[in-house]
Write a protein of this length. Structure first.
Lengths: 434, 315
């Protein structure tokens, strides 16, 4: 990309930056417009709650990507900052009420962020001494340490029941009480926009660039005079701050903070969201957070083993498409530019049929095992067709779908590969792909 | 007091040897392939559940042999079809693959056997007190566990240090490319080592299942402690893993057995100060702190000696 930029004449560069600039601001403005309009279209209480949760998850996932995507630090304990941010926000809200400080609710997430940042400042220096696998293990250990300590330090963390608070009793601003979910949604949307812009800006600063360099080649970063440890530490602190903001938003939304906020499940979920969305692009974690939160809310009512599906989706993404969904989408950009995308689509449609069959077979297998073992034996409803989990017909169709789907899918994906090669060759000839 | 010390030392040694059965496989896999196997504790859990199921079908002794073989086969399949294909995407992808596996295995186990503990009993042959010290009956099964783990430890040591296979494995730890150039199939060595490591975890699961609780969250509870053990001992160092296993096993067992707190040692705090962090720390008993002791050790060792007890290299 950069190499191409330098070889183009100056006037053209100016042209592209103006065009890019328009498109760039267009995307952000469109995003903000969507956030404003969404609750007007879907105004039911359930969808407002879902949107609020998704907004929090996006801030959290974006903060995680400062570590994983930007700096290459795989943390298994990011929820620690989220949880501590939540507790900080709850304590702050209670303190505001009891001391009568003039701090309205919209500023509370800032204190959540400071809570997350404070812990990152303290523990980060030791943790970021080394990157890679060692960092991952240490992050896991620290996460366990904090999660277990939170049950011992009852006066701060409120033991098993947690710390509860009341968001409506804070001083009012602009006459808003923040009682209704709609107002909370707009508060979350506001902080989402602010945090997303700040985190995007962070990737554009020299610090963001040097973090990428630390991720890719720490040794060479040392040669040009930077200390990778310091860079990792600063990135870790930023990630901790924004995770704390997300935690503060969650505390406002639920009006409670408890030990589950800092647990391993929360840390795993943010890792899933970020990685499934794609770590290489800024919008990847946003996609991932939307998808994972939506699935989490949607699947729980349909199946008892929704976490297993998460695990399978995650393993599938890791093995087949480590760039995540964003990576998959962005793969097609050169093809769109070269105009060769239509040549690939027929093979995609062809491959979609056996792949769907395979997926249905897997779902049928899992569901019949799960429902037989749990003893409830309620029928499986797959696209309107009811299957009884105990009947041999179900097992046979599951086996046929899995085996048949697998073999046909392999053949059809080979065709996709061939079509892909042809399309990329043409795109390369036309100069859209290096 | 003496009774407590003797019993706790025995239990601590036992727990430590169990930890070593797991951490030895984990550390060999890590130093050889650079992969931190997140699913290692899940293999331990699979061992326990396979042991339970096979004991129900064919009895304990065949299960003791068969369950680890099954777990080892699953481990080899994971290496062959999962990790080897993910290797090209780098270590982070490999680590994430094992993380996803650990998650999926826990869910599958919960789906098959439920989330509550299963009734995995000590075999009748070993269900008697081995000896009595100061009025406490020490169960024979625990002695059996200790014997099995020590036996495996000796076998492992002999194989690694005295045989040709061990020589190749040791060479592949540090110089995989050179071993490949000498005509050995490094891919197959990796697969076998992964299989043996998983099988060791499986054995640990089969023998620990009846003594501890066999439940679908046992992997999640033990996994982080394993990582503490191998970081504490020094990454890639087997002697380090051995010492760290015993140290953490003993410390945790003693901590659970002790009931003292700062309040019982120095008297209660002035009640007029009201509840605070200080009173929480003052009143907490050592037994309550036991779960976090390994992680405290981890933080301390990272500050004092970041490469671990016996570690030599920076990873």
């Amino acid at each position: 990309m950069n190499a191409k930029m330098t070889s183009t004449p100056t006037s053209k560069i100016v042209d592209t930056t103006v065009g890019d600039g328009l498109r760039f601001y267009g995307i952000w403005l469109a995003g903000i417009a969507v956030l404003i309009v969404l609750p007007l279209i879907f105004s039911s209480g359930g969808s407002l709650t879902s949107f609020s949760l998704i907004g929090i998850a996006i801030v959290f996932a974006l903060s995680y990507n400062i570590l994983l995507g930007q700096t290459g630090l795989l943390s298994f304990g990011h929820a620690v900052h989220y949880g501590l941010g939540g507790f900080a926000a709850c304590h702050m809200m209670n303190a505001v009420v009891s001391h009568g400080w003039p701090i309205p609710l919209p500023f509370i997430p800032l204190f959540g962020g400071l809570g997350g940042l404070a812990f990152a400042l303290v523990i980060g220096w030791v943790m970021t001494k080394r990157a890679g696998t060692v960092f991952s293990m240490i992050s896991l250990g620290i996460a366990e340490l904090v999660a277990s300590s939170s049950l011992i330090l009852r006066s701060v963390f409120g033991g098993e029941s947690g710390i509860s608070t009341d968001r409506t009793s804070l001083p009012k601003i602009l006459g808003l009480s923040f009682g209704p979910q709609l107002q909370v949604y707009y508060l979350i949307a506001f902080w989402l926009v602010i945090s997303a812009i700040a985190m995007y800006a962070l990737t554009r600063t020299p610090l963001g660039r040097i973090s990428n360099a630390v991720r890719d080649n720490p040794e060479r970063v040392q040669f040009i005079g930077y200390d990778p440890h310091v860079v990792r530490y600063i990135a870790f602190c930023f990630a901790g701050f924004f995770a704390g903001v997300a935690g503060g938003l969650a505390a406002i939304n639920f009006e409670i903070a408890n030990a589950a906020y800092l647990g391993a499940i929360q840390s795993g979920l943010v890792l899933f969201s970020t990685f499934i969305g794609g770590v290489a692009f800024f919008f990847g974690p946003i996609l991932g957070a939307i998808l994972v939160t939506y699935l989490q809310l949607g699947l729980t009512s349909v199946t008892g083993v929704w976490q297993l599906y998460f695990g399978i989706i995650f393993i599938g993404i890791v093995m087949l498409s480590p760039g995540g969904i964003a990576g998959l989408i962005m793969m097609h950009r050169p093809l769109v530019r070269a105009g060769t995308l239509p040549t690939v689509i027929p093979s995609y449609l062809l491959a979609a049929v056996p792949t769907l069959a395979l997926a249905c077979g897997v779902i049928l297998t899992i569901e019949s095992i799960a429902r037989t073992h749990s003893g409830q034996g309620s029928p499986i409803n797959l696209f309107g067709v009811a299957f009884s989990p105990a009947s041999p017909v179900t097992w046979a169709s599951a086996a046929i779908l899995v085996a048949g789907g697998f073999f046909v899918a392999r053949l059809s994906w080979r065709r996709v590969g061939e079509a892909w090669d042809r399309a990329t060759t043409i795109a390369r000839d036309r100069g859209y792909l290096a | 007091m003496l009774e407590l010390i003797v019993i706790s030392t025995l239990n601590g040694l036992l727990f430590g040897m169990l930890l070593f059965l797991l951490s030895s496989g984990l550390t060999v896999i890590f130093s050889m392939m650079g992969v931190l196997n997140f699913a290692h504790a899940s293999f331990y859990m699979l061992g326990a559940f396979f042991g339970y199921q096979l004991t129900k079908w064919i009895g304990f002794w065949p299960a003791l042999l068969l369950a680890p073989l099954l777990v080892g086969a699953i481990g080899m399949a994971v290496e062959r079809y999962g990790l080897r294909n993910t290797h090209k995407h780098g270590h982070v992808a490999e680590l994430l693959l094992t993380f996803g596996l650990a998650f999926a295995i826990e869910e599958i186990v919960a789906m098959m056997w439920g989330r509550s503990p299963v009734d995995y009993r000590v075999p009748a042959l070993l269900d008697f007190p081995a000896f009595t010290i100061f009025s406490t009956n020490y169960p024979a099964y625990k002695i059996f566990m200790l014997a099995v783990s020590i036996l495996i430890f000796i076998v492992l040591l002999t194989v690694l240090k005295r045989t040709r296979v061990g020589l190749i494995v040791q060479a592949a730890l540090t110089h995989p490319h050179m071993v490949g150039h000498l005509g050995h199939n490094v891919g197959r060595i990796f697969m076998l080592v992964f299989g043996v490591g998983s099988a060791l975890a499986g054995i640990a699961g089969v023998i620990a299942g009846p003594a501890l609780v066999t439940q679908s969250d046992m992997a999640a509870a033990l996994g982080p402690i394993l990582f503490v053990v191998i970081v504490f001992g020094g990454l890639g160092s087997l002697p380090g893993a051995f010492i760290a296993s015993l140290v953490i096993g003993l410390i945790q067992t003693f901590a659970v057995a002790l009931n003292g707190s700062l309040a019982s040692a120095f008297g209660p705090l002035d009640p007029s100060a009201g509840p605070s962090v200080l009173t929480d720390i003052w009143n907490v008993t050592i037994a309550q702190v036991a779960p976090i002791v390994p992680y405290l050790l981890l933080v301390i060792i990272l500050i004092v000696r970041p490469m671990g007890l016996m570690g030599t290299r920076e990873t």
